[in-house]
Every structure is written in C-alpha cells, then in structure tokens.
Design a binder for this molecule. Sequence first.
Ligand code: GTP
Ligand code: MG
Length: 315
Amino acid sequence: MTEHETPPAGDGSDIAETPTHSGFVALIGPTNAGKSTLLNHLVGAKVSIVSHKVQTTRAIVRGIAIHNRTQIVFMDTPGIFKPRRRLDRAMVTSAWGGAKDADLILLMIDSERGLRGDGDAILEGLQTVQQPKILVLNKIDQVKREDLLKLAAAANEKIKFDRTFMISATTGSGCGDLMDYLAETLPVGPWFYPEDQISDLPMRQLAAEITREKLFLRLHQELPYASHVETEKWEERKDGSVRIEQVIYVERDSQKKIALGHNGDAIKAISMASRKELSEMLEQPVHLFLFVKVRENWGDDPARFREMGLEFPKG
Ligand SMILES: Nc1nc2c(ncn2[C@@H]2O[C@H](COP(=O)(O)OP(=O)(O)OP(=O)(O)O)[C@@H](O)[C@H]2O)c(=O)[nH]1
Ligand SMILES: [Mg+2]
C-alpha cells in the first residue's frame, strides 16, 4: 500500500504536502431512483444517460469528480430489479459487481417510492456486503420532511449505514454535504485518472448511449427494452465535422416499423435530438446516420453484451 502514500507525479507545488485522497463509490439502488442524474450532477457533465423510464442504465459507467484534494470515481450501476431476460440478469449482476469493487457504497432510494418494490430486497442483499455504506434519499423535492425521517429510520433499522443524506439530484439540494463527506472519508492515495478526465466511456459508446436515451424518451412500451444502439463508424472530416453512423437493433420487423415511424417521423426526431446533443458535446458539427436493423436474437448474442461492457450470463 506504499504507493497510496505518495502524491501523484508532477504535483510538486506548494500543496504537495497535503496528501491526495481517492476512491471508488458505487451508486446502487432500485431502477429509476435517480442514480445517473446524481452522477451527472456531481461530475458536472452528462456522462450517463437519464430517462423517466425504468432500466435506463445497462452497464457500469464511471464518472470522475474532484472535490478538494479527493478524486472520487463514481460507478453508476444499472438499477437492481427482479431480472427476467438474459440482459436483465447481466445488468443486475453488473450492479452487484460494481458494489464489490467499491471503497464505499451509496444506496440511493427514491423517497417518494420508499422501500416499496425492490428497495427491501436490495437492503437484504446489502447485508452481506462488507464495505461501508451510506444511505441517500433522493427526490426530496417531492416529499414531506416527516415522511423522509420515517423512511430514513426504517432503512437504518435494516442496515447499519454510516450516514444518511437527503438530497435532490435535480436541484442539487444536499449534494454539497454529500461531496464533503465523500471527500473526507475516502482513503489517502494517488488519483486514478488525469485531472481533466470525467468518464472512462469511449466517445463512440457515449454517442451510442445518447441516441439510446433519445429512443427511450421517444418510444414507448416494450420498444426501448427491445432495442440496442451501436456506433459503427466515426469519421473525422477535413472541414472539422464528424460523420457518425449508428445501428439501432430491434428484435422484430413490427418494432422496426415503429422505430421508423410514419413517414420516418420517429427516427427523424430521434436522430435530430441525438445529433443536437452530440454536436454540443463534441463542439463540432455532426452528421448522424441512423440505421434500424432487425436482429431477432440480439438479447442472446454474446457480442452485443461485450459491446455494452456486460458479462454474458450462460444458460
Ligand atoms: N423530482 C425529481 N426527479 C428526479 C430527481 N432525480 C432524478 N429524477 C428523475 O428520476 C428519473 C430517473 O432518473 P435516472 O437518473 O435515469 O434514474 P436511475 O436510478 O439512473 O435509473 P436506472 O438507470 O433505470 O436504474 C428521471 O426522470 C429523473 O429526471 C430528483 O431529485 N427529483
Ligand atoms: Mg441510470
């Protein structure tokens, strides 16, 4: 552990005496609790996609923030729920895997929803997890204070949390205290990433995620869950623009029709929204080409799981 006592190389200024701190914080919780919203808020940029629908995040996304002298690597995980499909199982396994790799576990609960649904089962699952745990009650803009206190007491009865925070990931209320606590609590050690890095997601993958977010926002019922987006081509052009080609995989021809929409309306709207966000993010003009392909068994294809950064569950 000696390397944990040296400040990072090149840090020979007057503050070199103050040791740096660093560590991994896993954001876990039921789906739709607001984990990705919090990650983006704390990192100060969009690194993980957000939607009002459940099961938006599919694999672990790391977002990196610096607070005082501490580099905090947040691991946004897929929400934990009762899995049905192979993809569901891979998502839930990845979430618990994220918890195992962390220095500290942040359990996020939607205060409006409380422990109903998957909350109770997650608290039970956490009992065998060794790392220090904190409870974060989110969406406090939606509930009464007395209900929050009751919820905090009920959760703390089941698990020994080191601290409980009450926040709103959308307004930022309570997030400063949370960051102060994390910065103080994570161990002394060198930073894991360069100072200006905010995510470990390759740009091609983030671009595919941005399109998937637009698809989640625009399409309904089973379609978002039956689809998957990959970036196939990324071509920087001499004029400073970039040409990006992406494929939206769906499972059936009927879904392809819905994804395209009447006269191509749906795909046009998805493409426009995604292109707008991508060009803002990349700070360059983007030519985005979306293709919808039917691939009946993409949900059982190991290559698709690899592309998403998920282990392929056998059987
Ligand atoms: N009112 C309110 N809404 C919030 C807050 N935080 C998040 N939301 C909303 O909750 C919904 C779900 O947010 P996400 O960040 O996608 O939730 P998640 O936990 O990452 O969900 P999964 O990836 O599906 O597990 C979105 O519509 C957010 O805008 C909050 O503090 N207050
Ligand atoms: Mg999420």
